[in-house]
Design a protein around this ligand. Structure first.
Ligand code: ZN
Length: 219
């Protein structure tokens, strides 16, 4: 069995998965990081029949067929993940068949027992608040989350620039992302939960407390 630790990060948009991923990488080092959102954005910038369709989906909403996300992260892991290296999947799996594909891959890599599925749990209302109220710096582009002490910021804490809300954080876009979680991702949560393979973390606390709870749960 491979002894390195691997993580999947599951949670509603706005739960802070990306932030916790960064903290995990800092803490454990040598983790290969993969965000499915980034993979789809990269694909949309390629020059292919598929990329044209993905570009449209990213812009107008909708879903690619079920296997595409799996194909993308599997390709990345298959080509890049070193034997002594763990990985973080940020935002995957988001469908049950994707979770099953990942399980087969983990079996093959002998990493199933060392892979922790972390649910950063926040309510739909909390997610909605965070997504609609989070702000972005006009000057440096830093995204300021609507959480903890960041709520009090009047200007950017990095460059002092003016803060504004994001244009793509519209009511419809936010609701469609949250609907996707409630309709599809929740089934992945249940899939891991019934197998006792889910670590549920209260995501409605400060960034530090969320991370401390993750470390506690891993012991
Ligand atoms: Zn700034």
């Amino acid at each position: 069995m491979n002894k390195v630790l691997n993580f999947t990060l599951i949670g509603r948009s706005g739960s802070g998965k990306g932030t916790q991923a960064k903290l995990l990488m800092k803490h454990f080092g040598n983790l290969f990081y993969l965000a499915t959102g980034d993979l789809f954005r990269d694909l949309s910038n390629a020059n292919s029949d598929t990329s044209i369709r993905i570009k449209k989906i990213l812009k107008e909403g909708g879903l690619p067929f079920d296997d595409l996300a799996s194909a993308l992260w599997m390709h990345e892991l298959a080509y890049n993940l070193k034997e002594d290296q763990g990985f973080i999947l940020d935002g995957a799996p988001r469908r049950v068949n994707e979770a099953q594909t990942l399980d087969r891959f983990l079996d093959f890599l002998e990493r199933k027992e060392t892979t922790f599925n972390l649910l950063i749990d926040i309510s739909r209302q909390e997610a909605h608040d965070r997504l609609s109220k989070r702000r972005i710096c006009k000057k440096c582009g830093r995204l300021i989350p609507w959480v903890g002490e960041f709520k009090e910021l009047k200007t950017c804490d990095k460059c002092n620039g003016e803060l504004t809300t994001r244009a793509d954080d519209t009511f419809e876009a936010i609701n469609s992302r949250l609907d996707f979680y409630d309709n599809r991702v929740i089934k992945v949560v249940e899939f891991y939960e019934t197998q006792n393979r889910l670590i549920k973390i209260n995501g409605e606390q400060s960034i530090e407390d969320v991370f401390n709870d993750i470390l506690k749960a891993l012991k």
